[in-house]
Design a protein around this ligand. Structure first.
Ligand code: ADP
Ligand code: MG
Ligand code: MG
Length: 251
């Protein structure tokens, strides 16, 4: 279970998160929506421990431990996965090498043995197959020259291989055509079936047609101002943020 309590964070000297509270139980999918500049990406960066995001108050308790006290790689070892709005390119490092290094680093953190080359190959090929990725892409440098859709698909393969217990996905759906959107939804739904906790950050309702959330929260000006079930997303789509009395200005 993930419990975010009174989280406050400052970026570049400016307070962006102004006391965020959120609880996600195991097996639940929560969506965070909100106008541009509301602090959605800041929330995901604060959870994963990105440099430059200063936490000034609050806690992020995951399975009884405060993630905020940990280094980013330790958070990953605890089972956290962050999907980026703009997946990074890593020239010179193949997808295979990247995934195996990440997986083994998490295993070492947990006191487990490294995965054998044979088992790793089986795992990564089966994840690629499940998500319809051409296995040749596993040999290419991470995301280099990938189209937008291919990057998102790659991210879903990464997620499947690392098998996180908590996934935070920041606008994983942005800029996708309908086929790519289905792939992303499929990746998320597979994880969901395995009873993991998922936080989906999205600007649009569209993804929520394919991954129906247990709860929807609206983040505006650094706070969660409204929570509800999937109907809240539909209502937002129909009436806009203004229709809910939410100002569309930055945090
Ligand atoms: P969202 O993801 O909801 O669109 P962000 O979390 O990206 O919003 O940004 C929230 C606010 O933080 C915005 O006003 C943005 O301009 C500001 N911000 C983000 N990064 C920085 C930074 N490095 N320095 C100063 N302000 C920043
Ligand atoms: Mg934005
Ligand atoms: Mg964002």
């Amino acid at each position: 279970m993930l419990e975010i309590k009174n989280l406050r964070a400052t970026v570049g000297g400016k307070e962006i998160l102004k006391g965020v509270n959120l609880t996600i139980n195991d097996g639940e999918v929560h969506a965070i929506m909100g106008p541009n500049g509301a602090g959605k990406s800041t929330l995901s960066y604060a959870i994963c421990g990105k440099d430059g995001y200063e936490i000034t108050d609050g806690s992020v308790i995951y399975n009884g431990k405060n993630l905020l006290d940990m280094e980013p790689h330790e958070r990953a070892g605890e089972g956290l996965f962050l999907g980026f709005q703009y997946p990074v390119e890593i020239p010179g490092v193949s997808n295979m090498t990247f995934l195996r290094t990440a997986l083994n680093s998490q295993r070492r953190y947990r006191g487990e043995e490294e995965i054998s080359a044979v088992d790793f190959l089986k795992l990564v090929r089966s994840c690629a197959k499940d998500l319809d990725m051409d296995p040749e892409m596993l040999k290419r440098p991470v995301n280099v020259g990938f189209s937008g859709g291919e990057k998102k698909r790659n991210e879903m393969v990464q997620m499947a291989v690392l098998d996180p217990s908590l996934a935070v996905l920041d606008e994983t759906d942005s800029g996708l055509d309908i086929d790519a959107l289905r792939i992303v939804a499929d990746g998320i739904n597979r994880l969901r079936g395995a009873k993991k906790s998922i936080l989906m950050i999205t600007h649009y309702q569209r993804l929520l047609d394919y991954v129906v959330p247990d709860m929807v929260h609206v983040l505006a000006k650094g706070r969660i101002v409204k929570s509800g079930d999937k109907n809240l997303a539909l209502q937002l789509e129909q009436d806009g943020y203004a229709g809910l009395g939410i100002e569309e200005t930055a945090a």
